[in-house]
Design a protein around this ligand. Structure first.
Ligand code: FES
Length: 575
């Protein structure tokens, strides 16, 4: 029997279908030769480079430089680099929300990798939703892929105080709302919050996902924390290009790297970083694309045993440039020791243990704490259940006020974002500091797009009285840069008839973080009576285009808010 032909490579991959493969190659070469390529160049391995630069995205503004450096690395290794665009999403330039568009970007990435000829692909991104979308798409396409993030911005300075996006955006805005800052001062601060290009400089979602991706092995060592403006990042881009050519030859694909162990390492690092709650949704979505499930109870157990080690805002004091100078993820992995399984494979072609062995030894620093003197002994995040969250909810304990973690209070309910905006600062609002602010209909379908509205503002009249934190609960998400005693991701969401929809102002709600519960103190009979009066859940009926697809197929937080038809059968779980 003759051996089957090897799969096509380079320009012969993913041919446009004219019913004659030789003609398809002939035609393709005719067009690409218009760019000046020779036949010899076109016979080399092709490395696609996903370009997510956009005039709307300052977090990605160094991508042209990174592409040039990555191209140099590809050429040095004997490949041909071909950048191509996909959509770009920046947090503050996406209506209704960036989360609403994440799956669209993931589909764009997957299909453009699948459609075009490339033997490996370099994924370039950085802003919150772009790294998850790149990894989701790459996992589904399963072509050798290596991630390079744009890197964090540097911290700014205002009248002697260090500041940066976006924990300080919220902190100073709260002080402005309370009347502690005037228009001139808040204007000056506005000009310093993002003093350079790059991703937010605190332990927000972008920083958390960069660390998680490096911990998963999808990025070269050190790649998560190098600031966007440093030459070191360009050198890493060159190395990434060189490595992509080798990965093409090795056919080292994302699902070989993104294993259950890799996701466990990523979740561990998220917890030790005091990272963003959004990371749990994104990692669930990426794992789902690999047929891997993340069990919320297991994540909660991991949270109980993982100390918070990184002293960065919003849980601590520093900025990403400080973490980078302290050794970045390498310092974290060394501090976590046996809590990380370093046998996992990485894009370097070596295990994490082999990577660590080749890196410089640790040096004295005070940003990554040792396990015996952590920022917090455990519990960066906790998973809650109860009659308000049968499918789960999450609280970032590390960024909460300890005295509010066990709290029973009267509900002050806002039916949706419009209701919140209309009434939160009204002097007539019946609210005290002991009440629990409840936001309904801000989940994946309710808003839609699960906005980062879980950081419900403290009512102005309480702010003026010096209140800085209250228990707040919702089916929304929260920016990784935010802080407070905030219960998020309540599932099922209110718009689907979840129990959150049944809460009325005046009800008593009990938050029992130690017992991992969030409950409304109502009888089952009363809840059933109220449920009968709920409106029908929103669907795609009467909608068109992407909006229809979104409403018909988006899943709840515990499934990563991915589209149900994009998730293969879950056959493995994170151990
Ligand atoms: Fe892009 Fe924060 S807005 S990383």
């Amino acid at each position: 029997m003759s051996k089957p032909a090897p799969p096509p490579t380079g320009m012969r991959r993913n041919l446009a279908n004219y019913g004659d493969a030789a003609f398809s190659v002939f035609l393709r070469k005719a067009f690409i030769k218009a760019l000046g390529y020779t036949d010899e160049a076109l016979d080399r391995p092709i490395i696609g480079i996903v370009d997510t630069n956009s005039g709307y995205n300052a977090c990605h503004s160094n991508i042209p430089d990174l592409i040039e450096a990555a191209k140099r690395g590809v050429l040095l290794a004997g490949g041909i680099p071909i950048p191509f665009p996909v959509i770009s999403i920046q947090e503050s330039f996406a209506n209704p929300t960036s989360m609403y568009l994440r799956n669209l970007m993931a589909m764009d990435v997957e299909e453009m990798i699948r459609a075009q000829p490339m033997d490996a692909v370099i994924l370039l991104g950085g802003c919150d939703k772009t790294v998850p979308a790149l990894l989701m798409g790459a996992a589904s396409a399963n072509v050798p892929a290596i991630l390079l993030v744009t890197g964090p911005m540097l911290a700014g300075s205002w009248r002697g105080e260090r500041l940066g996006a976006c924990t300080d955006c919220r902190r100073y805005w709260g002080r402005y709302r309370a009347g502690a800052l005037d228009d001139t001062q808040i204007g000056e601060i506005n000009g310093e919050l993002a003093p350079t290009i790059g991703t937010c400089g605190v332990m927000g979602t972008a920083s958390t996902m960069a660390l998680a991706a490096e911990a998963m092995g999808m990025m070269l060592p050190g790649g998560a924390t190098i600031p966007a403006v440093m030459a070191e990042r360009r050198r890493l881009a060159e190395m990434t290009g060189t490595r992509a050519v080798a990965m093409a030859a090795e056919n080292l694909t994302p699902v070989q790297i993104m294993t259950p162990t890799a996701f466990k390492n990523a979740l561990r690092v998220v917890l030790a970083a005091g990272g963003s709650t959004n990371a749990l949704i994104h990692l669930t979505a990426i794992a789902g694309r690999c047929g891997i499930g993340i069990d919320l109870a297991g994540f909660d157990r991991m949270g109980r045993e993982t100390p918070v080690l990184v002293d960065l805002k919003p849980t601590g004091q520093g900025y990403m440039e400080d973490l980078h100078r302290a050794g970045g993820l390498t310092a974290m992995l060394r501090a976590l020791g046996p809590m990380v399984d370093t046998s996992s494979l990485t894009v370097s072609g070596r295990t994490m243990a082999e990577n660590l062995a080749g890196l410089p030894p640790a040096w004295p620093q005070d940003v990554v704490k040792p396990c015996d003197a952590p920022v917090a002994p455990s519990g960066a995040m906790a998973v809650l259940r109860g009659n308000l969250a049968p499918e789960g909810a999450i609280i970032k304990q590390a960024a909460a006020r300890a005295s509010l973690l066990q709290h029973t209070g009267r509900a002050v309910v806002f039916a949706d974002l419009a209701d919140l905006a209309a009434r939160i600062d009204s002097d007539d609002l019946d609210v005290t500091a002991d009440d629990i602010l409840v936001l309904q209909n801000a989940g994946p379908k309710g808003a839609p797009g699960m906005p980062e509205a879980g950081y419900i503002p403290i009512p102005k009249k309480l702010l003026r009285a010096g209140v800085t934190d209250m228990v707040r609960i919702s089916d929304a998400r929260m920016s990784g840069t935010a802080f407070g005693t905030i219960v998020l991701h309540i599932s099922p969401e209110a718009a689907l008839g979840g129990p959150l929809a049944l809460v009325q102002s005046g009800d008593q709600i009990r938050l029992d973080t130690a017992g991992r519960r969030i409950d409304v103190l109502l009888s089952d009979e009363e809840l059933a009576r109220r449920r009968a009066a709920l409106p029908a859940a929103p669907t795609g009926a009467g909608r068109r285009g992407y909006e229809k697809l979104y409403f018909d197929t988006v899943t709840q937080a515990e499934r990563g808010c991915d589209f149900d038809f994009c998730i293969p059968e879950i056959t493995r779980m994170v151990p």
